[in-house]
Design a protein around this ligand. Sequence first.
Ligand SMILES: [Zn+2]
Ligand SMILES: [Zn+2]
Length: 172
Amino acid sequence: MIIDIDLMPDEGVQVCQEFDFFSMELVDENAVFLKPVSAELYVKKSGEDVFIKGHVSALLSFVCHRCLTPYEFPVDSDFDLVYFPEELDEIKDQLESGDLNSYFYQQRQIDLNELVLEQLNLTFPYKSLCRQDCQGICPVCGIIVREGLCSCEKDETDPRLVKLKTYMKDKR
Ligand SMILES: [Zn+2]
Ligand SMILES: [Zn+2]
């Protein structure tokens, strides 16, 4: 959906709809959509600047970076953006270095599909993990440590485990 800056009513435009994207449009190459993306947007013009408040929600499947297991990644994110006319080139450098929520519109149009896709991509973690403390795959036997099937001796033993083992020995 394209918003035409010059045709926008003074009271603004409200959009609430589902967006269809291809999984290959996502920045994470292993991410897959489990549900369509839905977004609510409120677009309002003030002089030549356009303010957009919105919310994006989605459900994706990610692959854990450490254990390679797929897991669900829900997105529920608010954003607050401002679009300046592209003629404001002089201040571009200044803005781009500082404010991530500032954009420039081109040809007096804003492509909402592009906007929603970008906001969605921005919610992705730098490294996708099924859980923050995912132990990954055992370098010795190749089994996912989380499943508890691996009994290999590790070089780096958790100090808490050592304590527990000592405690167990004493009990015997
Ligand atoms: Zn994992
Ligand atoms: Zn192992």
